[in-house]
Design a protein around this ligand. Structure first.
Ligand code: ADP
Ligand code: GLC
Length: 484
């Protein structure tokens, strides 16, 4: 196996900085790739948490003026991850969420902040760090999208490039004037370059110039080539269909392991699924739900956004109440959804429990104690919570979109697909269809043997990164061979 060097570029990396699944992927993939002969280093911005946590970081480059202020490139490691950290205080030394202000609006200079990240990625691609000259630069999402574009316009020998789309809804759109400020030629303002509806898009830049494009499930790879799923970039993706593929995400099966999980009340595995009942009781307590093993306890761990379809769940609350089910929801995001969920919780004590916030420990308990995990997304590139659910014996109830379609086998499809059923899928993504699948799940829940079978096939499903990392390794090697 020829060793391969890859520079990954990501704006968030678990366990250092996380707002969503991108961080989970950026944190787990490099570790899983080691077994496949791929040495990956990840470049990320030096937010305060990064500067605090990557304490052994060594300065390898210093600039008196990097995009308007002093900057440094550091190399360090943390939790088995080898990192390059771009420390540019005037761009990244800001508290809280990496993308938005305390008021929840985008930082006005996000264009410059992430252009700066991509610029140094391209420079590392050209050999800025002699000890690590990558064969491939792998950009994640719009924040890294300019890396393939800089490499292209630099017009020098360059490494191979891969652009991974985690979510088409975030496209990194800015005014055209930014081009002058970030050191790209004006010729890049072109329909075959960065131009996007009169402005520019960093994601489009990545899609135009990367040698290979991947997204996080085969079904999403198909969906985004339509006008609707492509959200404005469907045409670009259709034009590049030959370079596009879908590779499913995995989860870190050490972090998500019900047999060793330090965050749950009672540990369990396939052999002692009955222990879940004790976690369910703790979860009911924490969410002020009536203590009952007989009620189907539905769990949600999610960003509260239009994507996730959680307004449909609000509409299904009468069904949940009528059918004697319970709901424990942990989430944050849209103010309006937060308010509506809190109101639903207040109106239905003992039946609907709501925690607004981001809480990783509670997320583990919800996986361990809920009977079912709900993911009613309108679109879902891959989705990770349903994968964690499979591993924790919580039965997923999901919409038939994107990675949810690819990772869950519906109870009604099992015979046709020849695979064992692991959950419930509904479509179209409407409140009625969702409520129907909740009613169906409730019926099956009271058929203990069938429910147990669903749980067991979930636990037997491989949700690890092992094979999926192999797919990325093969992609890098094919790309390198094709360029040779
Ligand atoms: P997305 O990246 O679109 O938000 P994913 O399902 O890919 O969706 O990943 C979400 C990740 O974030 C999962 O690891 C999930 O457990 C976690 N998560 C989401 N919301 C919360 C929350 N409120 N508290 C704790 N963890 C959360
Ligand atoms: C995005 C998607 C989610 C995916 C995650 C990691 O945030 O919304 O479906 O699992 O990225 O790829």
């Amino acid at each position: 196996m020829t060793p391969v060097r890859v520079l990954a570029v990501a704006s968030e990396v678990y366990p250092i900085v996380k707002t969503g699944g991108l961080a989970d992927v950026a944190g787990a993939l490099p570790i899983a790739l080691k077994a496949h002969g791929v040495e990956m280093r990840t470049l990320m911005p030096g937010y305060p948490d990064v500067m605090r946590l990557v304490s052994d970081a060594e300065e390898i480059r210093r600039w008196p003026d990097y995009f308007g202020g002093p900057g440094r490139l550091l190399a360090g490691s943390r939790d088995g991850l080898d990192l390059f950290v771009l420390d540019v205080p005037h761009l990244y030394a800001r508290p809280g969420n990496p993308y938005v202000t305390a008021e929840g609006v985008d930082w006005p200079d996000n264009g410059v902040r992430f252009a700066a990240l991509a610029r140094v990625a391209a420079d590392i691609g050209h050999g800025l760090v002699p000890a690590f000259v990558p064969d491939v630069v792998h950009a994640h999402d719009w924040q890294a999208g300019l890396a393939p574009a800089y490499l292209h316009y630099d017009n020098r020998p360059q490494p191979g490039t891969v652009m991974t789309i985690h979510n088409m809804a975030y496209q990194g759109k800015f005014a055209r004037e930014l081009i002058g400020a970030i050191g790209l030629p004006w010729s890049s303002f072109d329909v075959d370059g960065l131009e996007y509806f009169g402005g520019i898009s960093f994601l489009k830049a990545g899609l135009q110039f990367a040698d290979r494009i991947t997204t996080v499930s085969p079904t999403y790879a198909h969906e985004i080539q339509s006008d609707e799923g492509g959200m404005g970039l469907g045409g670009v993706l259709r034009a590049r269909a030959g370079a596009l593929s879908g590779i499913l995400n995995g989860i870190d099966t050490e972090v998500w392991n019900p047999q060793t999980d330090p965050h749950i009340a009672y540990r369990f595995g396939a052999q002692n699924l009955t222990f879940r009942a004790a976690n369910k009781a703790v979860l009911q307590q924490q969410f002020n739900l009536d203590c009952s093993d007989e009620a189907l306890l539905l769990g949600v761990i999610s960003r509260l956004s239009w994507q996730k379809g959680l307004d449909l769940l609000l509409e299904a609350i009468p069904t949940i109440l009528r059918e004697g089910m319970q709901l424990a929801l942990l989430g944050n995001g849209d103010r309006d959804l937060q308010d509506r969920y809190q109101a639903a919780g207040r109106a239905n004590p003992g039946r609907i429990g709501v925690v607004i916030g981001y809480d990783e420990i509670l997320a583990h308990l919800i996986q361990a104690g809920s009977d079912a995990i709900l993911v009613p997304s309108r679109f879902e590139p891959c989705g990770l919570t349903q994968l964690c659910a499979l591993r924790y014996g919580a039965v997923p109830i999901v919409s038939r979109v994107g990675g949810l379609e690819d990772t869950i086998v519906d109870i009604g499809d099992a015979d046709v697909s020849g695979r064992d059923a692991t959950g419930f899928k509904f479509g179209p993504v409407t409140a009625d269809a969702f409520a129907g699948s909740l009613r169906k799940a409730n019926t099956v829940f009271h058929d203990k043997l069938t429910w147990r079978r669903l749980q067991r096939s979930g636990l037997a499903t491989d949700v690890s990164w092992r094979n999926r990392a192999g797919d990325y390794a093969a992609l890098y090697r094919n790309l390198i061979a094709a360029r040779a």
